[in-house]
Design a binder for this molecule. Structure first.
Ligand SMILES: [Zn+2]
Length: 263
């Protein structure tokens, strides 16, 4: 009787369980192939749709020397990403930074600001850039190679990927901390900068990091002097509470709950 049960079990294992496992493996590796296919097709579509190949090289202006250097886009992006984000951040964060930096670069190529160059290396004008030599020297010797390889992985694994709106690269601003809520560009820079893809959104989890909030102290005279830079005839009675008060908040205030905004 025992033997019959063993034979029966063996029969079930050979006829059903092993083929089922093999089929499952095939199905999952088939799915992987499909995912990879989809991925590379997506990149190809990106390249085709945005004529990405024409951005193979870009002209980079070095602000301190005035030299214009022609560099391969993804090589340039390694210098940008390593200048914008610490290499010990998660690889997915570095990849997101690479996509944003690539998008910003192509936006700049299409909306030129400099006469003989596509973009410059000054972060307050265009986008941060650091030479590979300077970058490596700032890292501990033991981490130089692995850090640089991680940056390259983030850039090359996202190659061809940009963020678009209405089939055009978006103006991809980025920040290290937005203080819990983003703000409409029009409220920051004024003018007609209405970008429908940049809206007020809450960004939770930022309160434990630097730049979440800041405080500045001025004397009455310093404040007056600053205000007179824009409003020449302004006078303030500092003994009158009504002379300085908050009249209105932007929409980002509505999603704020922090104490600092209540005062
Ligand atoms: Zn610039």
């Amino acid at each position: 009787m025992k033997k019959i049960i063993i034979y029966l079990l063996s029969f079930i294992i050979i006829c059903f369980i092993i083929p089922a496992l093999l089929t499952k493996q095939n199905i999952s590796s088939g799915a992987d192939i499909n995912e990879t296919d989809k991925e590379s097709k997506h990149i190809e579509e990106n390249i085709k749709e945005y004529n990405y190949n024409k951005y193979g090289t870009i002209k980079l202006l070095h602000q301190d020397t005035g030299n214009v250097e022609e560099v391969k886009l993804d090589e340039y992006l390694c210098n940008v990403v390593s200048g914008e984000m610490p290499a010990d951040f998660d690889i997915e964060a570095l990849k997101a930074q690479a996509v944003v930096a690539r998008t910003y670069t192509i936006y700049k190529v299409q909306n030129k600001k400099h006469e003989n160059a596509d973009i410059c290396d000054n972060s307050s004008c265009c986008q941060a850039w650091i030479s590979k030599e300077d970058r490596l020297n700032k890292w501990d010797e033991g981490k130089r190679q692995s850090n640089w390889e991680k940056i390259q992985k983030a850039v090359y694994e996202t190659s061809g990927k940009i963020i678009t709106y209405d089939n055009k690269p978006i103006n991809a601003f980025f920040h290290s901390n937005s203080g819990g809520t983003t703000e409409l560009p029009v409220n920051v820079w004024g003018g007609g900068t209405d970008l429908p893809y940049l809206q007020v959104v809450e960004t939770s989890g930022e309160d434990g990091y630097t730049q979440y909030s800041s405080e500045v102290e001025f004397t009455n005279e310093e404040l007056l002097e600053k205000l007179r830079g824009t409003y020449q005839d302004i006078t303030i009675d500092f003994n009158n509470n009504e002379d300085i008060k908050i009249l209105e908040y932007t929409n980002s205030r509505k999603s704020k709950n922090s104490e600092i905004w209540k005062s």
